[in-house]
Ligand binder design. Sequence first.
Ligand code: ADP
Ligand code: MG
Length: 271
Amino acid sequence: MSDTGTRILAIANQKGGVGKTTTSINLGTALAAVGRRVLVVDFDAQGNASTGLGIMRADRRLTSYDVVVDRTPLEEAILTTLVPRLEIVPGDENLSGVETELAEDPRRSYRLREAIRDHVAKVAHDPDKRYDFILIDCPPSLSSLTINAMTAADALLVPLQCEFLALEGLSQLLRTVEVVRSGLNPQLDIQGVVLTMYDKRNNLSDQVADEVREVLGNKVYKTVIPRNVRLSEAPSFGKPALLYDYRCPGSEAYIRLASEMLQRERMRAAA
Ligand code: ADP
Ligand code: MG
């Protein structure tokens, strides 16, 4: 990590529908709720993190696409959200063209890293602008966007759905992390793995959780995110679950996850 005090985490898993965006929105909100300054970078062409934080298409004048393709300074693309201390660089469907548009640039994988780190350095001494956390909501692929995110990040937070073959996709993800470490970003770490869509009535959920803990040990967060319909309803109101229903089990789980993450980060900083 840089000595700027900003932790840059890529929320990554090449599988779709595992809870990356839900985690970006709700973990980001929970961290902001306890006083941290958080930036979510929506790096998926679906733009779901933007929609889920109430940023309508018409408001997305500049996006993460402009940041990586046209080198628009991050600051110009940042928008506030309805959550105090939580800001966003929105994303939109233009992102699906990044792969081809950057194909000729040998340094294409560094685009997001350079944009984020320039900004972090610039605001490092301004407490009103400095972020404690930057969360990059990755697309469901191992495309050049995800490589950009892994190159930009200090570490990965991996949401893993409690379902059959959850670990199979993980080994592919970890191989990609090794490739990024061997060249683009030697410091890249795994911050943690969070089990999502846990269903206590389904034995398979427990089996998967046990198996994942056996393989990944203490990288796996104790906090498990339950399957909770409130988490899936909230985005259609353009709100994080914490603002839609702060007492639902999903909101409570993300508050616990934020607390566990802060504790883990304190231990890491002290080590
Ligand atoms: P990803 O970003 O990995 O593709 P999402 O966060 O968009 O995954 O989640 C996929 C779908 O599942 C979305 O409709 C979302 O609202 C829903 N969802 C995510 N997490 C949960 C959960 N814990 N319980 C119920 N629905 C969830
Ligand atoms: Mg997503």
